[in-house]
Design a protein around this ligand. Structure first.
Ligand code: GDP
Length: 433
């Protein structure tokens, strides 16, 4: 999906505009318990345009001087976005800080659309003429408070969306990414997987970004490893910005079929690992948990079981994800990883037969009667699989309100028991027949 970033000095209304555009949509960043509440990145749609949007104002740069913060946020936008919305405040006119932002954006080879916020009524339109001096052409008057002008602004932004969306890999190529906090060994793992077999490092046709994917063929199956957070940009000034790495991780997750959540076996699990794992789960991708640096752990016969239990306790939502213990350094058990990726990917794309599915559902209902509410009992008529990637099921019922979370969870478990689906989340929706 194309990425739009909103950039501007503080107090021009970036978050208001962001929330307006995103609307009620639950952004990826917000929806996961324990994950940062800031809506800094979200999917959004406007008429026929489907895109992702970043509020750079939500990216916390830390205690740096004001101008440095603005500069870094602008750099992040330039790096990440296909189109930049440069937001200013019509009530205050052009300020020195606006000019600073403009200077940074001049250097970007990305399209910039200039928006003048807080133009709450037509009489105020006069205010926009000053803003021509910023050098980004016609300023678009908008009002975040009243939701005015956003349509024209986004239409303009959409004119600059890359024409050719997506990548051009064979459909049977398995795309995967490695996510994890810094230093867990992601780069080392990529190198260990690629080994001598590293084939092509290529720019993907059709994307404007500097995405670099590595391709490798193992036993005739093609894989693409998608670049993730910080793997190739070490040393940049904002590399330390955690939320920025999150943006890159989310983008990589979005393009992946399978996400490897990498943990550090030596250091154990910390809160940050949980957040990162949450992103993978929330995106509905297949997940394999990789415990790296297992060579550095002093072990007895219980160590692996204990660690596994810790993972299960910490990542309750990832109960479907298989766990692989290995070492990128010594390459021990590295060979077990690719078969896991294959398995997870296969399950992610698996379709089950409707008749078998319905047998499973009816057996489940016979075993554990459907819930009742205010004297009304949930009736299940039939179920069908409506999608893959992840497998998604619709259960037709008399009243979807009666489908309690716990019963849904029960059905999910029965489906899992019957069909496996190891490595992939599955989704169930109740619909009225
Ligand atoms: P990234 O930030 O997640 O990409 O992590 P790196 O791949 O740069 O690795 C971070 C550090 O951990 C480096 O010093 C690696 O040599 C070390 N490391 C990576 N994998 C292993 C491993 O399997 N065992 C041990 N003992 N060290 C490892």
């Amino acid at each position: 999906k194309p990425v739009v970033a909103i950039v501007g000095r503080p107090n021009v209304g970036k978050s208001t505009i962001f929330n307006r555009i995103v609307g009620d949509r639950v952004s990826i960043v917000e929806d996961i318990p324990g994950v940062t509440r800031d809506r800094i990145y979200s999917a959004a749609e406007w008429l026929t345009h489907d895109f992702n949007i970043i509020d750079t104002g939500g990216i916390d740069i830390g205690d740096e001087p004001f101008l440095d913060q603005i500069r870094q946020q602008a750099e992040i936008a330039i790096d990440e976005a296909d189109v930049i919305i440069f937001l200013t405040n019509g009530r205050e006119g052009v300020t020195a800080a606006d000019e600073e932002v403009a200077k940074i954006l001049y250097k970007a080879k990305k399209p910039v659309v200039l928006a003048v916020n807080k133009i709450d009524n037509p009489e105020m339109r006069e205010q926009i003429y000053d803003f021509y001096s910023l050098g980004f052409g016609e300023p678009f008057p908008i009002s975040g408070a009243h939701g005015l002008g956003l349509g024209d602004l986004l239409d303009e932004a959409a004119k600059h969306f890359p024409k050719d969306e997506g990548d051009h890999y064979d459909p049977d190529t398995i795309k995967f990414s490695l996510i994890g906090r810094p230093n867990v060994g992601k780069s080392s793992l990529v190198n260990a997987i690629l080994g001598e077999e590293r084939v092509i490092v290529s720019n993907i046709a059709g994307t404007t970004r500097d995405a670099i994917d590595s391709m490798v063929t193992v036993n005739g199956q093609k894989y693409v490893i998608i670049d993730t957070a910080g793997m190739r940009k070490k040393g940049k000034v904002y590399e330390s910005t955690e939320k920025y790495s999150v943006l890159r991780a989310l983008r990589a997750i979005e393009r992946s079929d399978v996400v490897l959540v990498v943990l550090d076996g030596e250091e154990g699990i910390i809160e940050q690992d949980k957040k990162i794992a949450g992103y993978a789960h929330e995106a509905g991708r297949a997940v394999v948990i990789v415990v790296n640096k297992w060579d550095a752990v002093e072990k007895d016969e219980k160590t692996m079981k204990d660690f596994e239990q810790k993972i299960r306790d910490h990542f309750l939502f990832l109960d479907y994800a298989p766990i692989v213990f290995l070492s990128a350094l010594t390459k021990k058990r590295i060979h077990t990883l690719v078969p896991m990726i294959d398995m997870a990917s296969e399950n992610h794309m698996r379709r089950v037969e409707t008749s078998v599915l319905n047998d499973v559902i009816m057996d489940a209902v016979a075993m554990n009667p459907t819930p009742t509410d205010k004297g009304k009992r949930l009736k299940i008529y039939y179920a069908t699989q409506v999608a893959v990637g992840p497998p998604t099921f619709v259960v037709f019922v008399n009243d979807p309100e009666l489908m309690h979370f716990s019963y849904q969870r029960f059905l999910e478990n029965r489906i899992r028991d019957a069909f496996g689906f190891e490595g992939t989340p599955i989704k169930i929706f109740a619909r009225e027949r």
